[in-house]
Every structure is written in structure tokens, then in C-alpha cells.
Design a protein. Sequence first.
Length: 176
Amino acid sequence: MPDQLDEGQEYRFPPAESATPNGVVCYGGNLSPGALVSAYRQGIFPWPSNPAVMRWCSPDPRFIVLPEFLHVTESAQKALKKALKRDSEYTLTLDSDFREVIRNCAAIPRIGQPGTWIFPSLANAYTMLHELGYAHSVEVRKNGNLVGGLYGVSIGAAFFGESMFSLESNASKIGF
């Protein structure tokens, strides 16, 4: 387990308002727990373009889901009803297999994307945040097998969803 995060340590990033049209605020730095938590608190997150170049971003606009305005699609409602039945073959867990969730998020091919942005250094950094209680995962299992999930960072009342995966239709919808 990593050392406790020094809550007094503040990493200063350029203001989010200074981002390029692509949302890039700055390059470089490190992925220490203190740097990551400071970045999220300032509305910034890491989004590397390759393992050697750490890019810190704050896109505008940004997708934000407020619970009171959440619209659940008909297909998601069907999947949830099926998963929530008492005799369902689905099981939902929280923080029971963080490493496997992030591994799947990195490994699943995505349409229109040549590879993953979840490089080993980033996966390790989020795993440290998980061990410190900042990063969380949701696991969706069908008959005991992991078929979907998501992970993200929780700071205060906000949850920053980072990535999700689905090995079968609707599994990530159930987790979300």
C-alpha cells in the first residue's frame, strides 16, 4: 500500500481557462497521488497521447451528469430490470476487482481508436489512488464472471468516470 497522501501538498497547474482549443492545459509532470488529486480538484485530468508524454487536460465543454437530470434510455432500463431481479444471473460489486477492471478498460478495442490511453504508468497511478481510497471500480459479473465495469476518481461529492468496458451487450450500462 502506498504512503498516505499528504493532503497539504498542493500541485499548481495552469488555470483550466488557459487550455488550448483541444483542452490541453500543460504537458509533463508526474503521476503521483498528490499530483493526481490536485489536478482533479482543479478540474484537470491526465490524458496521455503516448507513454512518454503526459498531457493534462480540461476540455470545455465537458460531459457532466447531474443525478436529477439523468435520462436512462429504454435499453438501459431493460438491462437494469433484468440485472436487479432477485434470481438474476448478474451481480454488481464495488471495489472488489479494481486491477481487473482497469486492465479490461485498457485492453478492449474501441471503434475509431488505434490503441489505449491507459498505459501501464497510468494504470499503476490509478491503482495507487484506489489503495488510498480515491479511485473506485464497479464490477458487473454474470454467473460469477466479470463481463463489464468502470472505474473513476471520487473527490468530495464528485465522481470522475475515467473508463468503462463491456464484454457482453449492456454490461457497462448496468454498471453505470
